[in-house]
Design a binder for this molecule. Structure first.
Ligand code: PEP
Ligand code: MN
Length: 343
C-alpha cells in the first residue's frame, strides 16, 4: 500500500477509535447514573446496598458473552473497576476514613494479664479490634502453639472490658465451632489460605450470621489464587470477607533481613479486582518492627482499608514474633499516619 494511503487508513481508524471512546464514556456515564439511582432507591427502602451475587452474575454473563473477543481477566477487572467507581461516586455508600479497620494486638495471647494490659494500652489509641493468636500455626510442632481455648477466653474478656472486638485464627472447623461465640472476626492464616475444605466450612457456618472472616494471603499464592480462596467462602453464603495482604516469599529472603517481601503494590491490584475490604499486615510482611511504621504509612497511602499490626508493651519479651512487634512509641507513629486520612 502506498504511504499516503496508509496514512489515510490510520487517520480513518483513529477517527473510529475516537468515536468508540466517545460511546464508551457516554455509556459509562449513563451506567454510573443509573447505578446511583438504584442505590438511592435501595437506601430509601432500607434494602442491602451491595449485592455481591448480582455483581458476580454480571461478570459471568459478560465473560460468557464476550469470551471469543476478550480475556476473562480483562472483563472481570473492568467490571469490578466500574462497580467500584459506582460505589465511590455514590453519596450513599460511606467511604469515609472513619471506617478504617485497625486491628492490633500481640502475635499470641500469653496470659490474662498480658492481653488485658495490651487491650488497655491499645484502647487509649482508639483501637477497636483486638487480635491475639491462640491456635498458632507454628512451623515446628515442638514450638509454643498458643493457649488454645483458654487464650480465647482471655482475649474475649480483655476485649469486653475495653469494648473491643476479637480477631483470632482458627486452624480447623472444630476450633471454630467450639469457640464461635467468642470470636468476632475469624482469621484464616496464610498457611491455610488454600485449605479449601476449611474455607467451605467457614463459609457455611458464617453464612447464617455474616460474621466477618479475615483471609490472609498465602505467602506463595498469586493474587488470582487469593481472590479465588475468598470466593470459596463467599460462594457458601458469606460475603463478609476481609482480605489481608501479609507479604510473600521471594528470592529477596536469600540475603535480606525481610521475613517476607512486603506486597504493597498488590493493594492496588487487589482493590481493582475486588470489592472486598483490603487490609495490610506490615508486621508479617517485613518481620522487622523498625520497618512497620513506614510500611503502615505506605499501605495507607496506597488505599488500604485497614491495618493489622502486632503490638507488645515489651517486644523483647514476647513469646512469638517479638522482632516484628511494635511498642507504644512506634505504635503512636502509625496512629499519626492513620489519623492523617481522617481529616
Ligand atoms: C498471624 O497473623 O497471627 C499469622 C500467623 O500470620 P500469617 O498467617 O500471615 O503468617
Ligand atoms: Mn505473628
Amino acid at each position: 500500500m502506498p504511504k499516503e494511503k496508509n496514512i489515510e487508513t490510520i487517520g480513518n481508524l483513529r477517527k473510529e477509535i475516537d468515536s468508540l471512546d466517545d460511546k464508551i464514556f457516554e455509556y459509562l456515564a449513563r451506567r454510573l447514573k443509573v447505578s446511583s439511582m438504584i442505590l438511592e432507591s435501595k437506601a430509601g427502602n432500607g434494602f442491602e446496598l451491595v449485592d455481591l451475587d448480582r455483581e458476580l452474575l454480571i461478570i459471568n454473563k459478560l465473560k460468557k458473552k464476550y469470551r471469543l473477543n476478550l480475556k476473562p481477566d480483562f472483563i472481570e477487572s473492568t467490571v469490578r473497576l466500574i462497580l467500584r467507581e459506582s460505589k465511590r461516586q455514590s453519596k450513599i455508600i460511606d467511604k469515609g476514613g472513619h471506617d478504617f479497620m485497625f486491628i492490633a494486638g500481640p502475635c499470641v495471647v500469653e496470659s490474662a494479664e498480658q492481653i488485658q494490659r495490651i487491650a488497655g494500652e491499645l484502647s487509649t489509641f482508639g483501637i477497636k479490634y483486638l487480635r491475639g493468636g491462640n491456635f498458632k500455626p507454628r512451623t515446628s510442632p515442638g514450638s509454643f502453639q498458643g493457649l488454645g481455648g483458654q487464650g480465647i477466653e482471655y482475649l474475649k474478656n480483655a476485649a469486653e472490658k475495653y469494648e473491643m472486638k476479637t480477631v483470632t485464627e482458627i486452624l480447623d472447623s472444630g476450633e471454630m465451632d467450639r469457640w464461635y461465640d467468642m470470636i468476632d472476626i475469624i482469621q484464616v492464616g496464610s498457611r491455610n489460605m488454600s485449605s479449601f475444605g476449611l474455607l467451605k466450612q467457614i463459609g457455611k457456618r458464617t453464612a447464617k450470621d455474616g460474621k466477618p472472616v479475615l483471609l490472609k494471603r498465602g505467602f506463595s499464592s498469586t493474587i488470582s489464587e487469593f481472590l479465588s480462596a475468598a470466593e470459596y467462602i463467599i460462594s457458601e453464603g458469606n460475603e463478609n470477607v476481609i482480605l489481608c495482604l501479609r507479604g510473600i516469599r521471594s528470592f529477596e529472603q536469600i540475603d535480606s533481613k525481610f521475613r517476607n517481601t512486603p506486597d504493597l503494590a498488590s493493594i492496588l491490584e487487589v482493590k481493582a479486582r475486588s470489592n472486598l475490604k483490603v487490609i495490610f499486615d506490615p508486621s508479617h510482611a517485613s518481620g522487622n518492627s523498625n520497618y512497620v511504621p513506614a510500611l503502615s504509612k505506605a499501605a495507607i497511602d496506597l488505599g488500604a482499608d485497614g491495618l493489622m499490626v502486632e503490638y507488645h508493651y515489651s517486644p523483647g519479651k514476647a513469646l512469638i514474633d517479638g522482632k516484628q512487634s511494635v511498642n507504644k512509641k512506634k505504635f503512636a507513629e502509625i496512629i499519626k499516619s492513620v489519623n492523617s486520612i481522617r481529616i
